[in-house]
Ligand binder design. Structure first.
Ligand code: AMP
Ligand code: MG
Length: 337
């Protein structure tokens, strides 16, 4: 009898030990998954997308996300596909995929809200400045610029909701270079969410970045804000959960002429690249908005940048050519120097 009791005590102990070992295994695996992200980089849209993903399904989620980035590139690029079809048929209605229709509709909302500063039909002007696909930039003749700018006196993009039709005015070209990266980042955000990911950072070439949740230990993602000219940081932005930061800068594509720098960010009202600013970053709820609005704020010259940001209810900052950062109200609060 005594013997039997001792035996069952031993069995009880070994079951307990096994449970403890299995529990420890899962705790360690869980901690490891929380602390070690999957990090993946893919080249698309002329830049590197880097995804940092924590969680059990991170590998599969990263694969799907990378495919999605390439799909968005196909949908939005001007060289082939639906955007090229619109550009090759000026003055005519072109039926486009529903998704592209909605992206254009959203772009036109921002066009209105920024008083035309964001102009998705800027393609011909961008080409004139030599910043088309793989172009290196050149100074156009003033009369060529004036001719392009005069086209924007009237609305140049028409949308037909029923047929998902788009029509562009002759002389203009659609160019989604100021919105495609942000859109791709938002699409990745949705895919990761759907796959149950709760902590990730989606970085589209440093110019479109969105946080998915916080870092695994609850602190916000930190984004180093690089100074556009000096080898130093403006500060570190604590990116609030699920928000996005978009950056436009004259360091991305530009050429020099007689000591002056001309970038790919063109003010549709003047036809010239904005030259009184070197970098703009804005903080918004989605990456697609951040992408469009950083471009719009960049090209809004004079003293219009802070009033435009505040009128839109967004936070951000810009750096003038003298290297000075100018912050909208409350943006500085999110920055550690
Ligand atoms: P981003 O780097 O996001 O500011 O976008 C720059 C790209 O947007 C340029 O390479 C052009 O393709 C396009 N772009 C330039 N100026 C404008 C503008 N005023 N509105 C919309 N897109 C623009
Ligand atoms: Mg942009």
């Amino acid at each position: 009898m005594v013997d039997i009791i001792i035996k069952s005590k031993k069995t009880g102990l070994s079951i307990l030990t096994a449970i403890l070992i299995i529990t420890a295994f899962f705790i360690v695996r869980g901690i490891n998954q929380r602390l070690k992200p999957v990090q993946i980089t893919r080249f698309s849209m002329g830049t590197f997308f880097t995804l940092t993903i924590f969680g059990a399904n991170a590998d599969a989620a990263a694969d799907e996300a990378c495919q999605e980035i390439l799909r968005v590139e196909k949908l939005t690029n001007s060289r082939n596909g639906p955007v090229a079809e619109i550009n090759n048929n000026p003055g005519q209605w072109v039926k486009v995929p529903e998704e592209l229709y909605f992206l254009l509709q959203q772009s036109m909302v921002i066009h209105e809200k920024t008083n035309g500063a964001f102009q998705p039909a800027i393609g011909a002007l961008v080409n004139l400045w030599g910043f088309g696909y793989e172009g290196e930039g050149r100074l156009p003749k003033p009369e060529q610029i004036a001719e392009q700018v005069s086209l924007f006196d009237k609305p140049v993009i028409s949308l037909d909701k029923k047929s998902h039709g788009i029509r562009i005015s002759p002389g203009c070209q659609l160019d989604l270079g100021g919105v495609a990266k942000g859109y791709a980042v938002d699409r990745v955000y949705r895919i990761l969410r759907r796959r149950g990911i709760r902590h990730a950072l989606i970085n589209g070439g440093d110019s479109s970045i969105r946080a998915l949740g916080t870092r695994p230990w609850g602190k916000p993602w930190r984004i180093a804000l690089a100074h556009p000219r000096k080898k130093e940081w403006v500060g570190v932005l604590q990116l609030p959960a699920d928000m996005a930061v978009g950056t436009s800068a004259d360091t991305q594509r530009y050429f020099m002429h007689q000591g002056k720098r001309y970038s790919h960010l063109i003010n549709p009202r003047t036809g010239y690249p904005a030259r009184d600013v070197i970098l703009v970053s804005v903080l918004t709820k989605t990456a697609v908005e951040a992408d469009m609005l950083s471009t719009a704020v960049f090209v809004s010259e004079g003293g219009q940048r802070i009033p435009l940001m505040e009128g839109l209810g967004i936070l951000g900052y810009y750096v003038t050519p003298d290297g000075q950062p100018h912050f909208s109200k409350d943006f500085r609060r999110l920055i550690q120097e």
